[in-house]
Design a binder for this molecule. Structure first.
Ligand code: SF4
Length: 232
């Protein structure tokens, strides 16, 4: 059976660029909230951030980085000791195994350095496209557009993407934006999803509202808008 082609986003590439510009103006300086000083540290922090807040990860990583300052030391970690350090981030056994597995591969296959290529990063244990894109974009100077649940929700609501598959949404957004805008676009959509376009959106505070498909469907025309009593 032939795979179904993803539907096209309702917005043109030019409209997508314009909407992103408005959201970037609303969230100036959007960037990852994880603390790091190099690609190794950001990779460790991003693996720990699965199902955990960035703030919680930032409380844990200083001790992790002190104890394991590079991939070689992490590859040699005693699992129980590492588990105790990362325990507050949740799923600590699986995360510890991923961290040691990732570090071992980095040492054995990449000479101890975090590789600056998507193809190599996603081969590492515990590293998917989202994590790889975070590290590429923020620590290795290679544009990447991580798609997390916030990007998925916000982009689909506005109409600048149309799919529940993160890889399809990544391709749609990357296709509409120049490479140099990818990383900031993701950071902006994540922040917008955390602050404004939450599961219950605060549309009255949103810079994308005039162009948003979700808002138009819910509030832009028709009897609800005419009634005007429902607030968001
Ligand atoms: S108008 Fe509302 S639904 Fe649309 S992006 Fe803004 S907050 Fe989200």
């Amino acid at each position: 059976m032939r795979a179904r082609r993803p539907l096209k986003p309702s917005k043109s590439p030019a409209a997508t660029r314009s909407i992103l510009s408005r959201l970037e103006a609303q969230h100036p300086g959007a960037t990852t909230e994880l603390h790091f000083t190099n690609a190794y540290e950001l990779l460790v922090a991003t693996i720990l951030s699965a199902q955990c807040t960035d703030a919680r990860v930032n409380q844990v990583t200083p001790a992790v980085f002190r104890r394991y300052p590079d991939a070689r030391s992490l590859a040699a970690a005693e699992l129980g000791e590492l588990e105790r350090l990362v325990q507050p981030t949740g799923f600590f056994r699986a995360k510890s195994r991923s961290l040691v597995g990732m570090a071992t591969e980095v040492v054995e296959r990449q000479g101890g350095e975090i590789p600056p290529r998507m193809e190599d990063l996603i081969e590492l244990p515990g590293v998917g496209r989202k994590t790889a894109n975070v590290v590429l974009g923020h620590a290795l100077g290679v544009p990447g557009l991580p798609v997390d649940r916030h990007v998925l929700r916000v982009a689909n609501r506005i109409g600048i993407a149309r799919s529940d598959d993160p890889e399809v949404v990544e391709a749609q957004l990357c296709g509409a934006l120049p490479r140099e805008r990818w990383t900031r676009a993701s950071d902006t959509l994540i922040l917008h999803g955390r602050r404004i376009c939450k599961p219950k959106p605060r549309c009255d505070q949103c810079a994308a509202r005039p162009s948003c498909d979700h808002w138009k469907r819910e509030w832009g025309s028709g009897p609800r808008a005419a009634g005007g009593s429902k607030r968001r």
